[in-house]
Design a protein around this ligand. Structure first.
Ligand code: SF4
Length: 367
C-alpha cells in the first residue's frame, strides 16, 4: 500500500451541515447551521463519478449533518446529475423518516443506514436540539422503513464496552430487523473531545462476546466481525498480503461548498495552523478526478502516508488494519505520522484479539 489511489471506491457528499439532533458524542463542527450544497457542486462531482461508474460499481454516500434535513426536493436535485448506474446510500438518524421519505428511497433505489445505539436506555446521548431524547422518533422512522419493506443497515456507537453490552446490543438489532450492523467504539475526534481510553480486557471481552452473540444467530452481517474472520481466514490460507489494496482509497468527502477532504470525512470543516483547512481543492474550480490525482501532494496527506509506513514497519496488526484513519491520528496525537491511537487499540487491535479469544474459548477439546 503506497500512496493514494487515483480512483476512489465511493464519494461522501454533504448536502447540508445541519443536523436536527445534537448528540453528545457528535464530531461535526457546524451541525447547528444549515449550509446547503448548491446543485452546481453535485453537477461537478457527477462529471467525474459518472465516468467511474461507467467502468464498474460506484457509490455516493449522502452524509451530514443529517442529510434528510436538506429535504426531498433538494436531495432529488443534488442526485439528478448522477448517472442511473450510480448507487446512492444515505446515513441517517431516521428521525425524519416517514412514508414520503420511504417512497423517495424506493423511487431512487437508495440504500439506508440508520444511526441508533441499541435499546432506549443506550440512546440517552442522542437528543434533539431541545435536549429531549430522540429514541422514539428514531424507532418511528425505522418502523416506517419496515412498513415499506425497505432493507436497512444500522450503525451503533458504544461508549461503555462492559460485560453484557455486546449481547444486549446484538439481540436488540436482531429484533430491529437490520441486515448489516456496524459497531463503533466512541472516538475522540472533531468537536468531541471526550476520552476514549478503556480497560484493554473489557474491550477485548466486548468483541469476544459480540462474536458469541452473533454465532448463536448469524442473521445479521456484522461488519467488524466479518472483517476479522476474513483476515483470520486469509492468514490461515497464506493470502493475507493480498487483502490490503495496493494504494490507499482516497474516500473523498465533498463538503457543502464543494471543498474536498480525502481519507477522513471527520477533518472537513476544521483548520489547523500547520495543515490549513485539510482540503485538497474545490470541485467548483477543479474536476474531482484532477483533485484526487494531486491529493497525495497535500501536506498533511504526505505526513499521513509516512505514518502508515511507520505502522507497517512497527505494528503486528498492520496486515489487518492497514494503518488506521487519518482523523483519529490527528485528533488524538495532534499529527498524522504517529502510530497507535486509542481508536486503533479499541477497534482494530482488541477487535482482532476478541475474535481470537472467542476462537480459543470455543476450541473443541483435543483440537
Ligand atoms: S493497529 Fe494502530 S498501530 Fe497498528 S497498523 Fe493499525 S493504526 Fe497502526
Amino acid at each position: 500500500m503506497r500512496g493514494l489511489a487515483s480512483v476512489p471506491s465511493y464519494v461522501v457528499m454533504q448536502p447540508t451541515t445541519l443536523c436536527n439532533l445534537d448528540c453528545a458524542y457528535c464530531y461535526l463542527p457546524f451541525r447547528a447551521a444549515d449550509r446547503r450544497m448548491p446543485v452546481a457542486v453535485a453537477e461537478a462531482v457527477a462529471a467525474s463519478v459518472n465516468r467511474w461508474a461507467s467502468a464498474g460499481r460506484f457509490s455516493v454516500v449522502w452524509h451530514g449533518g443529517e442529510p434528510l434535513a436538506a429535504g426531498r426536493e433538494q436531495l432529488a436535485a443534488l442526485m439528478a446529475p448522477f448517472a442511473p448506474e450510480v448507487e446512492h446510500h444515505v446515513q441517517t438518524n431516521a428521525t425524519l423518516v416517514d412514508d414520503s421519505w420511504c417512497e423517495f428511497f424506493a423511487a431512487h433505489r437508495m440504500r439506508v443506514s440508520v444511526s441508533v445505539d441499541g435499546p432506549r436506555e443506550r440512546n440517552g446521548e442522542r437528543v434533539t436540539r431541545a435536549g429531549r431524547p430522540a429514541y422514539d422518533r428514531i424507532v418511528r422512522g425505522v418502523a416506517a422503513l419496515r412498513r415499506h419493506g425497505l432493507p436497512f443497515s444500522a450503525l451503533a456507537v458504544v461508549n461503555d464496552p462492559s460485560p453484557g453490552r455486546a449481547t444486549e446490543l446484538y439481540d436488540y438489532f436482531l429484533d430491529l430487523g437490520c441486515e448489516v450492523l456496524g459497531v463503533n467504539i466512541e472516538e475522540t475526534e472533531g468537536v468531541n473531545t471526550r476520552a476514549n481510553a478503556h480497560d484493554a480486557a473489557a474491550v477485548t471481552g466486548f468483541w469476544a462476546e459480540l462474536v458469541s452473540a452473533w454465532r448463536r444467530d448469524p442473521r445479521i452481517h456484522l461488519r467488524e466481525v466479518e472483517w476479522s474472520l476474513r483476515y483470520a481466514g486469509a492468514v490461515l490460507d497464506g493470502t493475507a498480503d493480498d487483502l490490503l489494496p495496493g494504494r490507499l482509497d482516497p474516500i473523498p468527502t465533498v463538503a457543502y461548498d464543494g471543498s474536498v477532504v480525502v481519507l477522513s470525512p471527520e477533518l472537513a470543516g476544521f483548520t489547523d495552523p500547520r495543515y490549513g483547512d485539510f482540503t485538497s481543492g474545490s470541485v467548483l474550480s477543479t474536476p474531482l478526478h484532477t483533485i484526487l490525482a494531486g491529493a497525495g501532494r497535500t501536506a498533511w496527506v504526505g505526513e499521513f502516508i509516512d505514518g502508515v509506513e511507520a505502522c507497517r514497519s512497527s505494528c503486528p496488526y498492520f496486515g489487518f488494519c492497514g494503518g488506521g484513519h487519518a482523523a483519529n491520528r490527528y485528533f488524538e496525537l495532534g499529527r498524522f505520522d504517529g502510530t497507535e491511537t486509542e481508536h486503533c487499540r479499541n477497534s482494530k487491535i482488541r477487535l482482532l484479539e476478541g475474535v481470537l479469544e472467542h476462537a480459543r474459548d470455543h476450541q473443541s477439546p483435543g483440537a
